[in-house]
Design a protein around this ligand. Structure first.
Ligand code: ADP
Ligand code: ADP
Ligand code: MG
Length: 498
């Protein structure tokens, strides 16, 4: 069995660090790659060796398969972990890695290929009894026919890019009048984002919840699942808050979804860590959406409730070791919540707000985990995903994990950029989230910027200006104007001090 001595992480930011930490614990040497924009990044400092692979744009650095493999050969690297995003779901890259005699820490190129196409994935699992959303089984070539199918399925429908990912290339069509326009948009978005304009139709599940199952498979045909993650709080079809377990699944549904996920993995001869995504309706019927053939952004919540280090398992599997964890050994213990801290302005449509982290102080303490890639004073490059950190809390119960999250959010001090933290706090406080009765429409249904409590980086000057304006407007109050001001001010103070 091959043993991995030296590992190159073909990624950046928090996930590069997260992978290297486990490698270090396992006594494996680490190699970082970086672009010119990431010279001072934490993953570069953390690694035993690091190599600049090109200029800032990812197409000239993090996506340069040839350069990365060359670095491996030069530095006697045995294996490559691709993280998520970048080359992680690129079957050609996995193939090149294999041909270069290196270990790709992930599934086979064949599995990546099948699951990389949502249509091929559906075809592959067709022999198994996996529930699927009604829709077209192949790419749409004839619009007239597609319209007939759409009215049979019943509006609203969703047009989706077969090669899609990251919530891109997806269009909801409410009725036939909108069909052509949305179709044009979906095709052109799919073409420009994925270089493949193939789209298909799915019924739009109303009040949908996104629930996914983590799987692990070894190279000997053993596949297990590590329960679910609930990821229904999304903006632009992309997750911002995740938790495990889901507040709504019964043990029976959990078991059925787990078995379906294992079947999906089996259908493509899967090994490594993977995620099978389902959409769940309000009657708790679940339907297979797609499989992500990589480590997922939100994997820490699963690690917290199962005690399994997923990266460690990925490395063992890549070395050819059989899984030592049995399905019956696994148990859900406690509850974990993750919020994604993006440099985005929730008050302005979640538009990226990159800049320099003038203040950056992480929360700490019992049940708090921060996976990030930044330090105070660092700039968030415009070239990549604007995620600053993942903040994860863990408690015995859901309530406890949420309370810890609110405490941790209040203690997180970030200034210089707007972040999704105030939005995440709003979610944690919201009755719908608290009660567990929410779906992917959460943001559009409940959120408006005026719901945000001021962020910790309100400056004294801004505070003074707001107070002055408030006092001016309330020069003839009946009685309790100033009491309100005091409360408001102390709340801001509390936030500022964290
Ligand atoms: P997750 O389910 O892990 O949250 P996301 O869909 O949010 O997955 O994607 C994780 C990361 O991978 C993000 O940085 C996203 O931008 C990137 N990503 C996902 N799919 C693609 C794709 N097809 N092409 C390029 N980047 C992608
Ligand atoms: P991606 O590859 O972009 O992650 P997915 O198929 O996983 O694409 O869908 C992303 C998100 O879009 C889901 O989490 C869900 O919120 C929404 N979605 C996808 N398919 C449907 C559907 N048929 N009905 C309702 N919502 C859907
Ligand atoms: Mg998805």
């Amino acid at each position: 069995m091959p043993k991995i001595h030296k590992l190159l992480v073909a990624n950046r930011g928090e996930i590069a660090l997260r992978i290297m930490r486990t490698a270090r614990e396992m006594g494996i040497q680490t190699v970082a790659i970086y672009s010119e924009a990431d010279r001072n990044a934490l993953h570069v400092r953390y690694a035993d060796e690091s190599v600049c692979v090109g200029p800032a744009p990812s197409s000239e650095s993090y996506l340069r398969a040839d350069v990365i493999i060359d670095v491996c050969n030069r530095l006697n690297v045995d294996a490559i972990h691709p993280g998520y995003g970048f080359l992680s779901e690129n079957a050609n890259f996995a193939r090149l890695v294999r041909e270069a005699g290196l270990i790709f820490i992930g599934p086979s190129p064949e599995s990546i290929e099948v699951m990389g196409s949502k249509l091929a994935a559906k075809a592959a699992v067709a022999h198994y009894n996996i529930p699927m959303v009604p829709g077209t089984p192949s790419a749409i070539t004839d619009r007239a026919e597609a319209k007939i199918i759409s009215s049979q399925i019943g509006y609203p429908i969703l047009i989706k890019a077969s090669a899609g990912g990251g919530g891109k290339g997806m269009r909801v069509v409410e009725n036939e009048v909108e069909f052509d326009e949305q179709m044009d948009r979906a095709v052109s978005e799919a073409q420009s984002a994925f270089g493949d304009g193939s789209v298909f139709i799915e019924k739009y599940v109303t009040s949908p919840r996104h629930v996914e199952i983590q799987v692990l498979g070894d190279q000997h045909g053993n596949i297990i699942h590590l329960f679910e993650r609930e990821c229904s709080v999304q903006r632009r079809h992309q997750k911002v808050v995740e938790e495990a377990p889901s507040a709504i699944l019964t043990p029976e549904i959990r078991d059925a979804m787990g078995r379906a996920a294992v079947d999906v993995a089996r259908a493509c001869g899967y090994y490594g860590a993977g995620t099978v995504e389902f959409i769940v309706n309000d009657a708790l019927d679940f339907y297979f959406l797609e499989m992500n053939t990589r480590l997922q952004v939100e994997h820490p919540v699963t690690e917290q409730i199962t005690g399994v280090d997923l990266v460690k398992q990925m490395i063992y599997i890549a070395e050819g070791k059989p899984l030592t964890i049995k399905q019956e050994d696994l148990q859900i213990k406690g509850h974990a919540v993750e919020v994604r801290v993006y440099a985005e302005d929730p008050a302005n449509n979640f538009l990226p707000d990159v800049g320099t982290l003038d203040t950056y102080v992480r929360p700490q303490g019992n049940g708090v985990r921060v996976d990030d890639g930044f330090e105070q004073g660092m700039a968030i490059p415009i070239y990549y995903d604007p995620m600053i950190a993942k903040l994860i809390t863990y408690g015995d119960t859901r309530e406890e994990a949420i309370q810890k999250m609110i405490r941790a959010i209040d203690e997180y001090q970030i200034s210089g950029v707007q972040t999704t933290l105030p939005f995440c706090r709003f979610v944690m406080e919201h009755d719908a989230f608290r009660s567990g009765h929410f779906d992917t429409g959460f943001v559009s249904k409940y959120f408006t910027p005026d719901k945000l409590t001021p962020t910790p980086d309100v400056t004294e000057t801004e505070l003074a200006a707001v107070l002055a304006a408030y006092l001016l407007e309330n020069t003839k109050p009946k009685s309790n104007g100033s009491a309100t001001v005091t409360t408001q001010k102390s709340k801001w103070k509390a936030n500022r001090l964290g």
